[in-house]
Ligand binder design. Structure first.
Ligand code: ADP
Length: 561
């Protein structure tokens, strides 16, 4: 088996080397005269007096730009030779030398794309002129063919670039490569690691890549370079062994993502121009393959993430359900006992009750979140007083704030701020926000809770977590704010803290306790109530969480239940 690695720009005549001419005539003298004349004109010339030697030369590794052949030779006619030359290179220039040109000869010559006829005897100047012109036509034809090939490659690259499904991409690549080369079969082998290739995917079901083909693919991967080889049985298809092969690595960002193998039984299947085209297609395919593989990984990760999310929800559902009943029993009995004990015992019991209440808050968060996410949360609209709600919440968390020696100030309107809304939900949100302000502010901090009515949809300061919903009424709105001068939240974390279980400090280094559910509950509640939510925070300076709810007329609120 012989094997060659493609060198870039090996197209004869294009790489700056002189054009190559093959002169074939059964008369040695004729060969010599033509060769001498053309060499003097600067061409590289090979000669053959036997057409069979010329066939070998045409099928060999050297490519010729022009075939100058006698028409009538004992072993083979010049027209047959022209046919063989065209098979190998559709753009090769051909000049026929003849003693007499019959109509039949002329007709066949035109069919074979013969550029010119030279009637023997001819002037040497005539020969030079004919060769110059034929080579000029060849270069134009070559440019045309290259342009068409590039157009095809461009279309292929566009198709491949938009495909994200690995199976469809492999099929499209094989189709394109076979169309481009006219080969019998092709295979794509995806890289499993930098040194291993997976099983070959064939262009037709009955094709098999044999051991020599697989070795060639591995070599193309390791070098990495486009390789051609012939002699061994590389593949089998429709009961035939294919002994000419090309393997092109599919590269992207320095890594080989796979190898394309093309197999055929024509010795001239991969002339240098075709190799260049396949190298280009392989380049595009390498990137497309990488994108498709990344997309596949992303889809898998997304599916896994969804499953994890489902498991989390399941866990919340089970845990909250199983904790609720025993917790109610603990709270019920301890409260009963509290009233019957001595002062000291009552003190202990108060601590038990306090701790049990904290567990109850967590369980309540879990239950609310689940109901909100399932769209099962019931809204209970009633006449509310914003000032009263704020005062109740401050009262409930008074002990916790006092323990950390915080000052909690309420900034409320002089007149009662009455509105129609779900007071229980507003209380729950305020509890979560105030409890956070208390926990995430160093001792002796200042916390302000505000409530105000605004005539128009308020334009919140800072980061908008939830903008006004498109269907929201123009106003009025009831707005609440909890401001602290605590540790603040880094910019990069501000959107994420509203995710379930998300906490800025991880559970090992955290010293504030908590479950990471509070803000997720707030966010879901705001969505349910058609409200808006903002956060303004700077690390080390403090945070302000603000939310606004559309104020509904009583009859509309009734309808929203
Ligand atoms: P939890 O408070 O139970 O951890 P949350 O969902 O209420 O859960 O809050 C999530 C995270 O957001 C907190 O762990 C904390 O890192 C951050 N955070 C919330 N409120 C504040 C605040 N007022 N100041 C600083 N960080 C806060």
């Amino acid at each position: 088996m012989s094997m060659t690695a493609a060198q870039p720009g090996t197209l004869a005549g294009l790489a700056g080397s002189p054009p190559r001419v093959l002169v074939v005539d059964d008369e040695q003298h004729m060969c010599d005269v033509c060769a001498r004349t053309l060499r003097r004109a600067g061409y590289e010339v090979a000669t053959a007096t036997d057409p069979r030697a010329a066939v070998d030369a045409l099928r060999g590794e050297l490519s010729f730009d022009l075939l100058l052949t006698d028409i009538k030779m004992p072993a083979m006619s010049g027209l047959e030779l022209a046919h063989i030359a065209r098979e190998r290179d559709p753009a090769i220039a051909i000049i026929i030398m003849t003693g007499f040109a019959s109509m039949e000869n002329l007709h066949q010559s035109v069919q074979r794309g013969v550029a010119d006829f030279l009637s023997k005897p001819f002037e040497l100047e005539q020969l030079r002129l004919a060769v110059d012109q034929a080579l000029y036509k060849r270069s134009v034809l070559q440019d045309n063919l290259r342009l068409r090939a590039l157009e095809q490659i461009h279309r292929t690259s566009e198709t491949l670039g938009t495909m994200l499904d690995l199976g469809a991409l492999t099929t499209a690549l094989l189709d394109a490569a076979l169309r481009q080369t006219g080969c019998r079969v092709g295979f794509v082998l995806r890289a499993l690691s930098p040194t291993r290739l997976g099983a070959p995917t064939p262009s037709v079901a009955d094709a098999a890549l044999l051991a020599a083909g697989q070795q060639l693919a591995l070599r193309a991967m390791h070098q990495p370079a486009l390789l051609t080889a012939e002699g061994a049985a590389f593949a089998q298809s429709a009961g035939r062994e294919l002994r000419v092969a090309l393997a092109a690595p599919l590269r992207a960002q320095g890594a080989v993502n796979g190898v394309l193998v093309l197999c055929d039984d024509r010795a001239s299947a991969f002339p240098p121009g075709v190799q260049e085209e396949i190298a280009l297609v392989a380049n595009y395919a390498g990137s497309a393959l990488r994108n498709a593989a990344l997309y596949g990984q992303l889809t898998d990760a997304y599916v896994r993430l969804q499953e994890l999310d489902r498991l989390k929800s399941e866990f919340i559902a089970i845990a909250s359900h199983e904790l609720r009943t025993p917790l109610s029993i603990i709270l019920g009995y301890t409260m009963m006992l509290r009233d019957q004990q001595t002062d000291e015992q009552r003190n202990y019991l108060l601590r038990v009750i306090e701790s049990a209440k904290r567990i109850k808050d967590i369980v309540d968060d879990m239950v609310s979140l689940r109901h909100l996410e399932m769209g099962e949360e019931q809204l209970r609209f009633e006449p509310c007083d914003a000032g009263e709600l704020v005062a109740q919440v401050a009262d409930r968390l008074h002990a916790a704030a006092a323990e950390r020696r915080h000052t909690v100030r309420l900034e409320l309107a002089d007149t009662p701020l009455r509105f129609y809304g779900d007071g229980e939900k507003v209380r729950l949100m305020l509890v979560n926000l105030l409890a956070n302000a208390i926990r995430f502010t160093p001792e002796g901090g200042e916390i302000v809770v505000r409530a105000a009515r605004t005539a128009q949809a308020p334009e919140g300061a800072g980061r908008i977590i939830l903008p006004a919903p498109p269907s929201s009424p123009p106003g009025p709105w009831v707005q609440f704010e909890v401001q602290d001068n605590g540790i603040g939240i880094p910019e990069r974390e501000q959107a994420r803290i509203f995710d379930r279980f998300y906490q800025v400090a991880d559970s090992l280094t955290r010293d504030h306790g908590g479950t990471g559910l509070g803000l997720a509950v707030v966010r879901e509640l705001i969505i349910t109530l058609n409200g808006m939510l903002w956060l303004t925070s700077a690390e080390g300076q403090g945070s302000t969480f603000a939310f606004a709810l559309p104020e509904l007329p009583a009859e509309r609120a009734e309808r929203q239940r």
